[in-house]
Design a protein around this ligand. Structure first.
Ligand code: NAD
Ligand code: UD1
Length: 338
């Protein structure tokens, strides 16, 4: 089977490309490299001895998509390509709607024209907004995302739902990721954010490696175990495996399906920080700051629907996640540049 992986040079896309190649799929990557480089795909090849075909281009480019579908015999699409920085989305909403919403619509149009109807979409737990209870189940109502990034994910989910209503040949998986962290255990692939990271783990690891002076903890007065925010962190390799299971599942399951990809466990910022310090043997200086606007106190998944329907369960612990993150960051203090 041949899979088109949009955004396959990025953090989650590259780990999934590796998992696909290891499982025997053929992979075509489409990526414009706006937030990545092809170094991640070189690492994939070095690890598994197989390579994906890399096409540098934009998912908004309909003519290019038509050419790819014409020349390659694509069976299904995993759609990771998009912009993902929450703060930037507030400053540049049009870029986010164009790439994330426009790109997804163009992709679906090209898929339909080519008769390819299997799609796995990277959504986010951000679509739940601020749920009243934990853990979060897929049948909870979606919330009102507080930023254009979150809106773009919810809009694409709704577009895909309408599409599936209109045309029964579509088989779509909406995968709502919780907080992906970690790196391949080889230490040769990992998260390589541009500039100063927004997310907790890349920030902690850049402080540990000496690239940033200290971590700001955004609030210690939440109603949680120790006052800091609680999230469901999931190892990126477990997440990648979840995509393979979803791909297999939609082959037998017409229509549109939503699955949470999380572990079902929540950890506080303080717990993550302590686990990281233990794994790295380094002290990570921090300062408690006011809450970050748009943050919620806690978020963790009910992961039982994916377990039951996909036969998928995350197996890697928080200790595995921080150990693998540290191995990657200490091997590559400047990311793929080094
Ligand atoms: P990433 O930025 O590392 O990967 C995205 C890739 O898409 C990059 O390689 C980028 O160059 C490419 N890209 C962006 N716009 C493109 C376009 N118009 N055409 C072609 N390529 C384009 O991000 P990631 O963390 O791997 O996230 C992958 C997907 O998962 C994204 O859709 C993201 O919104 C979603 N997601 C990520 C998280 C997370 O915490 N990382 C959480 C929930 C959902
Ligand atoms: C954030 C985004 C979310 C997006 C996800 C993945 C916001 C409000 N939410 O989720 O839309 O889908 O990233 O890209 O931006 N923290 C610190 N110090 C830091 C960084 C984070 O204390 O320097 C805390 C946060 O307050 C939070 C936890 O760490 O409690 C996790 O934060 P983060 O990694 O940014 O993920 P989310 O906020 O869950």
């Amino acid at each position: 089977m041949k899979i088109l992986v949009t955004g396959g040079a990025g953090y989650i896309g590259s780990h999934t490309t590796l998992a696909l190649l290891e499982a025997g799929y053929e992979v075509v990557v489409l990526d414009n490299l706006c937030n990545s480089s092809d170094a991640a795909l070189h690492a994939v090849e070095a690890i598994c001895g197989k390579s994906a075909r890399m096409i540098r281009g934009d998912v908004c480019d309909r003519a290019l998509l038509d050419r790819i579908f014409r020349e390659q015999r694509i069976d299904a699409v995993l759609h990771f390509a998009g912009l993902k920085a929450v703060g930037e989305s507030v400053r540049k909403p049009l870029d986010y709607y164009e790439n994330n919403v426009g790109g997804s619509i163009t992709l679906c149009q090209a898929m339909a024209a080519a008769g390819v109807f299997r799609l796995v979409f990277s959504s986010s737990a951000t679509v739940y907004g601020e749920p009243e209870q934990m853990p979060i189940r897929e049948d909870f109502p979606t919330g009102i995302p507080t930023n254009p990034y979150g809106q773009s994910k919810l809009i694409v989910e709704n577009v895909l739902r309408d599409l599936s209503q209109a045309e029964p040949r579509w088989r779509i998986a909406l995968l709502r990721y919780f907080n992906p962290i970690g790196a391949h255990h080889s230490g040769h692939m990992g998260e390589d954010p541009n500039g100063i990271p927004n997310n907790l783990l890349p920030y902690i690891s850049q402080v540990a490696v000496g690239s940033l002076p200290e971590l700001s903890i955004f609030g210690d007065d939440y109603p949680t175990i120790d006052g800091t925010g609680v999230r469901d962190y999931i190892h990126v390799v477990d997440l990648a495996d979840g995509h393979l299971k979803a791909l297999q599942s939609i082959a037998e399951r017409p229509g549109i399906h939503t699955w949470n990809l999380g572990t079902g466990d929540g950890y506080s910022v303080m717990q993550v920080l302590q686990a990281f310090e233990q794994a790295s043997g380094r002290a990570v200086p921090y300062r408690v700051m006011p809450r970050r606007s748009g943050d919620i106190a806690e978020s963790w998944a009910d992961a039982s629907k994916a377990a039951k329907e996909l036969g998928w369960k995350a197996t890697r612990s928080l200790q595995d996640m921080v150990t693998d993150t540290w191995r990657w960051q200490s091997n590559h203090p400047r990311g793929y540049l080094q």
